[in-house]
Structures are given as C-alpha cells and as structure tokens.
Design a protein around this ligand. Structure first.
Ligand code: HEM
Length: 401
C-alpha cells in the first residue's frame, strides 16, 4: 500500500523529518499548491496543508479525533482534556475554563508577569550578554503557569527537571523503555508534589486555580485535577517560551520593525500575533480518522493518522497576502491557527498573549540597543515545537551596571 501511495503523492514521499525541522516552509508550500492532502511515507501520516482543510479537520471531532489509546500523551498523562473528545473532554476542561478567560488572566497576571520578567533580567543585566532561552523565556513561561496554578515558583528547578523528563518521554517515538520509565516517574513525582499543595490550599484557599478548585470542584476527582495540572504545565511551558523567543528573534532580525516598536510599544501586540502566524511554536496537530472519509477527493481510511500542518495553514495565500513576510500592519494576523480552533482551542491562549505583550516590552525597554550576538547565531528549529534552542543576545551596558 505504501508504495502505491508514494507514487500517487510524489512530493509527500520526498518529505523528511530533518528538512521539516530545519526549514519546513518551502516543502510545505509545494505540498499546499500541488498535493494539499498528501501521504508522507517517512511519517506514515497524511499531511493536510491548506487553511480551510486544517480548519475543517480540527472542527470535525467526530471524524477526526485526538483520542488514541496508544499515544505517548496517554502513556505519560493518562486520559486528560488533550486526549479525549466528546462529553469526557467537556467535563475535564470546563472547570479550568473561567480562570483562563482573557479578562481574568489580565487582572490576575499582569503584575506578576512584569515583576518576574524584570527580576529575571536583573540577574543578568550587568553581563551585557545572555542566552534568553535558558536565562529568561523558559523560566518566565514555567513560573507564570505555576503562579496561576498556585504552586510556589521557588520550586522552579524541581518542576523544570520533572518536565524535562516528561518532555523527552512525550517525544519518545522510538519507545525506548528507559525514557518512558523516566517520564512516568517524573509525572508521578510531580503529582505527589502538586497533591501536597492541593491539600495545603484546601485548608488555606487563595485565588489560584488549585486554591479555587480544592474546595469547589464537584466535577473532578483530585486525581483528575492533578492530571490536568500536568497537561496545563506541559501546554504552557515550551510553547510560551517559544513565542517569546521567536518574536524577539523576528524583531531583532528587522531593524525597521525594531525601531518602530521602540517608538510605539503598543506594536508589541501585533508583533506577537504576527509571530504566532509566521513562526508558530506548535507546527503540527495529530488526529486519527474514526471512519472512512475523503478530503479534497483523497480517500482516508478509518484509523489513518493525519497531521494538520499549522505552519502551512498560517501561510496559505488564500487567507494571508504575502504570507512569507513578517508584517506588523497585517490586519488579519489573528486568524492564524496557532492555538488550534474548535473544541481544543488552546486553554492558555490569553496567558501566552499577555506574557508576550508584557515581557517583550520589559525586555526591549530594559536592554538598550538589544541585538543578536553575531558570534553565536541562532534560529528557530523543530518539526513539532519550533523555537531557537538558545538565543544569545547583547546590549549596551549602562555605566552604573
Ligand atoms: C504560544 C503559546 C501556546 C501555543 C502556541 C499553544 C498551542 C496550543 C494548541 C495548538 C493546542 C491544541 C492542541 C490540539 O488540538 O491537539 C493547545 C491546547 C492546549 N493548551 Fe496551549 N498553547 C500555548 C500556550 C499555552 C499555555 C500558556 C497554557 C496553559 C497555561 C496552555 C494549555 C493548553 C491546554 C491545557 C490545551 C488542551 C486544551 C484541550 O485539549 O481542550 N497552552 N495549545
């Protein structure tokens, strides 16, 4: 069957993971134009690349589900909102909906984001150089999710090390037993840690998510609450860090954009939205066909896996003019699919957007003449999560620093 499909989809048969990781956009453009629904032999999946098709697949949870008992997500996290559809999904997600609404997030989190973005910069400002990935974005992203949940940010390093093991286990496509075991152990250790705080907040509630759910959620068991915490941290960590880094990288590569933004800081908002469209932190969303169906006349069999290619959909010329250009003045950037669409629309989108808006403004205000370190060049990479692994920058030190 594979060889027949390879002949039928010659561009798909040329797609290689390494190439997607390095620079996915040229081959995605070719697919979008000539094989918009294509069989990718290397991954044994259908790639869907046009905006309308990706959007339709994500909306149709009955035909294209993310439920998959064999998935790595299930293996590490159990059944959570990100691996269920239908009534189970609604039940597991609903209690977490109100604290992530944009107005609530802005009221509760603006000051925390500003304070921590500044405090992290204080730790390296005297050096005149830093790796923004490890010294700033990664820490800020995790600390802000911990803050929202009601977990003490002083335990950052502990939680970070568990989520490094969890991240590796979720990327463990070759299913190495030791990596799986390490991930499952880290997930259990995190749960024990979060359970202690759930109990603490049950006795002395505060306005955090766990503080509220500890005494009010009749819908979820403690285990379900704690499993959701793992998914929420995983969902908000590398993704938000990637947004901060991809946006900083995009601005620092364009002196005209940098100048404009420094003069008019409200432009950080369109810069964040355009970064989400142009270099999405999450590049691909997997779905499984529940029945035989067709997309654009291509037959998909029940059980087949599909990859909704967000990076391609966000550059579909039928929706976005000059899609490869990074343009602050684009008036429909927010139509991107980087937070998905439909039932699984990203729970933390408002937090990620707010973090981008506030943290980037702080960064560019605090570090004069911020620029990329030409001796240590970086750029976004990755086929699933996409961001620069390190982002070395320099700035002019003030005399008193
Ligand atoms: C720029 C940052 C972010 C990006 C690009 C992003 C992207 C996404 C995408 C594409 C999905 C849909 C997954 C799917 O349909 O298969 C999703 C779901 C989710 N995200 Fe985010 N995310 C970001 C930040 C966050 C943050 C800050 C949090 C929490 C603090 C979060 C928590 C979640 C959760 C819990 C889900 C599952 C929702 C569900 O299945 O109903 N995300 N995210």
């Amino acid at each position: 069957m594979s060889s027949r499909l390879s002949i039928q989809f010659p561009i798909g048969s040329r797609v290689q993971l390494e190439q997607l990781s390095k620079n996915p956009y040229p081959i995605l453009k070719e697919l979008q134009q000539l094989e918009p629904v294509s069989w990718v032999e290397d991954l044994q999946m259908w790639f869907v690349t046009r905006f309308d098709d990706v959007s339709a697949v994500l909306h149709d949870v009955e035909t294209f589900t993310l439920e998959d008992d064999e998935s790595l997500l299930n293996e590490i996290f159990g059944r959570t909102m990100i691996s269920t559809d239908g009534a189970d999904h609604t039940r597991l997600r609903t209690p977490f909906h109100p604290p992530f609404l944009p107005k609530f997030v802005r009221n509760e989190m603006s000051l925390h984001i500003k304070a921590r973005a500044n405090a992290l910069i204080d730790t390296f400002i005297a050096d005149g150089t830093a790796d923004l990935a490890t010294q700033w974005a990664d820490r800020l992203a995790l600390e802000m999710v911990m803050q929202m949940l009601g977990l003490p940010i002083e335990d950052f390093f502990l939680v970070r090390s568990w989520f490094s093991d969890i991240g590796q286990a979720l990327a463990n496509v070759k299913r190495h037993p030791e990596i799986k075991q390490r991930g499952q152990k880290a997930a259990a250790q995190f749960t024990d840690f979060a359970r202690i705080h759930l109990e603490r907040l049950r006795k002395t509630p505060d306005n955090s998510i766990l503080g509220n759910l500890a005494n009010t959620s009749a819908m979820l068991t403690d285990t379900e609450i704690l499993e959701a915490c793992r998914v929420i941290i995983f969902g908000g960590l590398e993704t938000t860090a990637a947004l901060l880094l991809n946006c900083t990288w995009a601005i620092l590569n364009r002196s005209d954009v940098q100048q404009k933004i420094l003069q008019t800081p409200s432009l950080f908002i369109p810069a964040i939205e355009e970064t989400l469209r142009w270099e999405p932190p999450v590049q691909t969303l997997a779905r499984r066909a529940t029945r035989d169906t067709q997309i654009r006349g291509v037959s998909i069999k029940a059980g087949d896996m599909l990859s909704c290619m967000i990076g391609a959909a966000n550059r579909d010329p039928s929706v976005f003019t000059q899609p490869d250009d990074f343009m602050l003045e684009r008036n429909n950037a927010k139509h991107h699919l980087s937070f998905a669409i439909g039932r699984h629309f990203c729970l933390g989108a408002a937090l990620a957007r707010l973090e981008g808006e506030i943290a980037l403004q702080v960064l560019f205000e605090r570090l004069p003449n911020l620029r990329l370190d030409v001796d240590k060049p970086d750029q976004p990479v990755g086929h699933e999560f996409r961001s620069p692994p390190t982002l070395w920058v320099r700035w002019d030190k003030k005399p008193n620093q």
